[in-house]
Structures are given as C-alpha cells and as structure tokens.
Design a protein. Structure first.
Lengths: 332, 307
C-alpha cells in the first residue's frame, strides 16, 4: 500500500516496508516481512489475521516497543510525517501514550497487580498532560468507561475481567491520543462483555476523535466499527480495501477462506464449518514465493516462484495475488 | 491487619511450646548425667545424690518438662549452666546483642549490594557485567566462610594492616566479619533478584508501563522491582534467620563472643542447659523473622489477602 490511493489527507500512520525479525534459539523468526500499511486521521482500520500473523508485532513496532535484542526492526514508520525509528528516546516516550496509545489483549495480565487502578491511570495523565489534578482526570476516565470512580482505589485483582479491560481503555484514552491501537481487546472476555467493550471503544473513538487500529481475528467486530480492512498473512498484507468493497468482494483466496470459516445463521445444523486447510507457515522457514501458496486452493506454478506484490485491482482495493478471485486470472 | 498480626503472634505460642518440649525431651534422654558433668568425675555418691535432689533431677520426666516450661514462661528462666555457674538467660542475654548486630549488618549490607546487582544483571542480561556477576556470585556461594574469612584477615589485617582481625565493638572491627558473612548472602540475594526480575520484566504490565511512555528507569524501579520483591524478601528473611542463630564459623574466626561461639563452647563441654536455651532462642528468632516477613508480604502485594 505504499502507493495508497490519492487523498488530500496525509496519512496519520504510514508504515513502509517494515521488517521485524527475532533472533531466537529456534532460529531467525520472520515476524513481519515487508509490510506496508497506512491509516488516515479519524479513520478506523481493522487489522485482521490469524494468531502469529504479526499483527501485534506490527503494533509494537509502531510504538518502538520491540526489545532489541532479540528483536530487530527495519523499514520506515511515519507518524504525523515523522519517522519514529529515527526519534530520540525522549521523543519516543512522548509518542507512547501521548500520541499513540495501546489497549492490550489480556486484561488479566496487562495491569500492574500491585498498583491501584487509579494510580495506573494517573501515571499516564501525569506523563503526558499538564493537568494539575491527575486524580480527578483518572476518576473522570473511570466514569467515562462506566466504572464508579470510588472503585479507583481497588487493585486489579478486585475487578472483573471486563472492568479491567475498561481500565485498560481508560488508561489508553486518558491523554486523548491521535491513534488508538486496540490489540484484540475482546478476545479474553466473554461474549456479552465483548459487545459492551466494542460499543465503548466505538463511542469513545467518536467522542475523542481518535483514529483506531483494531487488531482482531473477528471479521464481525471489524464490520461493526471499521472503515477499512487490512488482511495480514505471515507477516505481510495480502489484501486491503474499504470495508464495503472487501466484504462485498474478497479478492484474495485467504480472505475468502476467512469469510467461509465464519459460522452463519443459515448454515444447516450439523454441517461442518469450512476451514482453510493446512497451518500458518513456520515463521523461521517461510515458503518461497507467495507465502499462502502451500494452502491456496488456486495455486499455480508461478505462485511458488514469486509473490505478486500489492496491486490495485480496482480503485482502492489492493490485493497481493497473481490470480485474484473472480478475475480473468482464473481462466488462465 | 492488626487482627491478622495478633492471630499470627498467638499462633507462635503453640509452635514455640512444641519446640521447647521436643528440645527438652531430646536432651533429657541424651546419655550423660548432668550431676557428673557439673561436679566432675571424682564427686562422691552423696554429693551427686544431693545435687540431683537440689535440681529436681530425680523427678519424673513430665514433671521436669512442666517445671522447665513454667519457669521459662513465667520467670524467663531457662535453667542454670552447671559449668559456667550462671543462669542460661544471663549467658544468652550477654551474647544476643552482638549476634543480632552482626546478623543485622551482614543482611543490610548484602541487601544493599545484592538487590542492585541483581537488578542490573537482569536489565543487562548477557552483558559482560552480567556474566562477571554470575561468575563472582558462583564463587561467593561456593567459598566457605572460614576460607573467605581467613583470606580477608590475611589481606587486610596481616599484610595491609588496615583492619583489626578480632572483636566486634568498633566500626573498624565490624568490617571484616560483616564482609565475610555477607559474601554468600550477597551472592544468593543477587541471584534470586536477577531471576525474579527477569521473570517480571517480560510480563505484560511492564510492557503496558513502557507503552505509557514511562522512563525505563521508572519502569524497572516502580513497576518491575516491587513485583519481583516476594521471592527476594523470602530469601533475605531466611538468611537473616540463619544468621540470628549465630554464625558459628565467623564468630570463631574473628573471636566474637556471640551466640554461635557460646553454642560451640556449650557443645564441647556438654553444657546441656546452654544448648537448650540457645536452640530455643534460635527457633524463636526464626519464628519472629518469618512472622515479620509474612506481614511484609501483605504490604508489598495487595493480592496476599489478610483474613
């Protein structure tokens, strides 16, 4: 998506040719491989892929939180036109939390167990704002996410999972960041709480006018709150488009596979769910050519030789496939 | 909180009574007649009989045990050393302050050196400093105290003549024993700090703290270290408890008259009342240190619920 559709709006976040590798005992793990991604101000992007596709790693790279060693980050990550990779430590700290805030996947483990939740929100406030009364702001944020402010004196273990995730949201939004990264914010929660948390994120995103990068593997959630979708597979994007375009007409066989795997109301009882055969490739040993080729139903020789690269198949709809679905390529 | 502390203190009572009873029983059935030991081998039969009668040694075992516990609890009287010709409680009370001073300074010094060392090693894992510390702490754990103590005396007392090799009253006299005793304790504390910190540094909440834009130093000191404290506290308290029992070897090397040396002398001379009193003191000290640490846990970690 380096050649993103022409808009008069500059992208807020623009990731170009990002590579992240980890040196581990099992070998070199290629977590992100030449990823291009951009997100405009005020928009929300659903970042979809299987576990291990490199979604979280990409988000952590944007925050420059990949610990090195063992991690190694290459490429360019522009935020508001500035390359975060070239920032000083102090600039990076101002970016984290102040400009880009992140909600983590597991609310059980991502709060400090021995600090009250109020203190944990206050820490964020005192780091990035000039507000004199951090405690008042913390209580305000708790109220905003639907927790009684007097619960602020509680420790994380005294709150339920859903409440802890709300605290995570309160921390992330306390300083009104320009970009909110939500990393599978509902995965660890039960279904009824999931809906509440999603509603809350959407409501607050509108209230604070922040952009949203929603990392998930739930296409339903994406449909509910995102404007754009990017599908990630084995460390790079395979398809990216406007929500409507992509849901109406998926072009990549992997995207199609994801849609087929979603259970539908009209499925006959007892009928098996469609699955994508095979496993995600071993990140220490990625296949040659298109990394989806070993699992692809439409694979041809050329796919095993080289990947296609992102191309604009129709205006605003990008796909990395030699033979996008429903195109002339099928008859070749 | 107060209720918890009171309950824990009350729980100590049966523990200490049991320890006392077991100790008394073991020593009671150890071969050797206290009267013979006190009066010497040439004592007449009459003298021995008189001694036994005077000290109630002819009473049934249960009566003797009851009397011992009664006196210990009501009069703080732990018996009479037939060899030193003085009350056990008096002998102990002259030695305990020295031992406590030695134990306190050794633990304080080890903690002040060990924790920062462990933290630095965890933060800079696999760095040169980390490898060096691992090597040195391995040495620290492996070197017996009598060996380090003698080396230190050789270096600083004999050759350099900087520090005295005996006694424990002035600060300069305290340096060598404290350092000797700290050697292995520093190593143990540094290693447990390192491994506990390494575990905590990888947790999600430390990542959350970084994602807030917090300074790395604050992330380590405010978020990671307090969460890593529980195992460190445990080790420190165990070391303190051990050292309170008297550091037999260090006290012997530096001619410090503490509980440790008292115990060695008592064992050599079969001075059972002193041994009994000494062991009782050590167990009580251990219990109290454990209690203190349990209370500290609750302060360090709010998840440890005080019921």
């Amino acid at each position: 998506m380096a050649d993103h559709p022409v808009t008069d709006q500059k992208p807020l976040l623009d990731i170009r040719n990002l590579f992240v590798r980890f040196h581990t005992d099992a070998g070199l793990v290629h977590a992100v491989n030449g990823l291009n991604l951009s997100l405009r101000k005020g928009r929300s992007l659903g970042f979809v892929g299987e576990t291990g596709a490199g979604k979280t790693t990409t988000a952590l790279a944007a925050l420059q939180l990949i610990q090195s060693p063992p991690g190694e980050t290459r490429g360019e990550i522009f935020f508001e036109g500035q390359d975060v990779m070239k920032m000083t430590e102090a600039e990076k700290r101002a970016l984290r939390g102040g400009k880009i805030a992140m909600i983590f996947q597991d609310p059980m483990s991502s709060l400090n167990p021995i600090m009250t939740v109020e203190e944990q929100i206050m820490e964020m406030v005192s780091l990035h704002s000039t507000l004199a009364n951090a405690r008042e702001r913390a209580r305000e944020m708790l109220t905003l996410v639907g927790i009684r402010p007097e619960r602020g004196k509680d420790y994380p273990h005294q709150l339920s999972g859903g409440m802890r995730q709300r605290v995570g949201i309160a921390i992330a939004l306390a300083c009104e960041p320009s970009l909110l990264i939500a990393d599978e914010p509902t995965t660890a929660l039960d279904v009824t709480i999931q809906a509440q948390v999603i509603d809350l994120i959407r409501k607050l995103q509108n209230a604070v006018r922040t952009s949203l990068l929603l990392i998930t593997h739930d296409l339903g959630v994406v449909a509910e709150i995102c404007d754009e979708v990017a599908i990630m597979y084995a460390g790079r994007l395979v398809e990216a488009a406007d929500l409507r375009k992509l849901y109406k007409r998926p072009l990549h066989p992997y995207t199609q596979g994801l849609f087929d795997a979603v259970p539908r109301l009209d499925t006959a009882p007892g009928e098996k769910l469609a699955v994508i055969p095979g496993l995600t490739p071993d990140p220490t040993n990625l296949p040659k050519g298109c990394s989806f080729s070993p699992r692809c139903p439409n694979v041809r020789d050329v796919c095993r030789e080289r990947s296609c690269g992102m191309t604009e198949h129709e205006p605003g709809h990008f796909v990395d496939c030699h033979f996008p679905l429903g195109s002339r390529g099928d008859e070749k | 909180m107060l209720k918890y502390i009171v309950r824990r203190v009350l729980l100590l009572v049966p523990v200490i009574l049991c320890v006392t009873a077991v100790l008394f029983t073991i020593l009671h059935f150890t071969p050797g007649d206290p009267a013979h030991i006190a009066l010497g081998q040439e004592a007449t039969r009459e003298a021995i009989a008189a001694f036994r009668a005077e000290h109630g040694l002819d009473d049934p075992f249960v009566v003797q045990l009851g009397r011992y516990i009664y006196r210990a609890v009501v009069h703080a009287d732990l018996g009479y050393s037939y060899i030193m010709k003085s009350p056990v409680s008096y002998e102990l009370s002259t030695r305990i302050p020295t031992t406590m001073k030695l134990a306190f300074w050794a633990v304080a010094f080890s903690t002040l050196v060990g924790i920062p060392l462990g933290v630095i090693c965890a933060v800079r894992q696999y760095s040169f400093l980390d490898s060096l510390t691992t090597l040195v702490t391995l040495l620290g754990v492996s070197m017996p105290t009598f060996w380090t103590g003698l080396l230190l005396i050789l270096a600083f007392s004999v050759h350099l003549e900087w520090l005295p090799s005996m006694g424990f009253s002035t600060p300069s006299e305290m340096v060598l024993p404290v350092v000797t005793l700290s050697g292995s304790t520093i190593a143990i504390i540094a290693r447990i700090t390192r491994s506990s910190m390494l575990e905590v540094i990888r947790t999600d909440y430390v990542r959350t703290a970084r994602a807030k834009g917090q300074k790395e130093r604050v992330v380590i000191l405010r978020h990671a270290l307090p969460n890593a404290m529980i195992p460190i506290l445990t080790i420190i308290s165990m070391q303190f408890g051990l050292l309170l029992g008297g550091s037999l070897i260090t006290e012997a090397i530096f001619s410090i008259s503490g509980v440790g040396r008292l115990m060695i002398e008592a064992i050599n001379m079969r001075d059972y009342p002193i041994i009994q009193g000494g062991v009782l003191f050590i167990s009580v000290a251990f219990c109290l240190v454990n209690l203190a640490v349990d209370i500290l846990y609750a302060f360090v970690d709010p998840r440890i619920h005080v019921k």
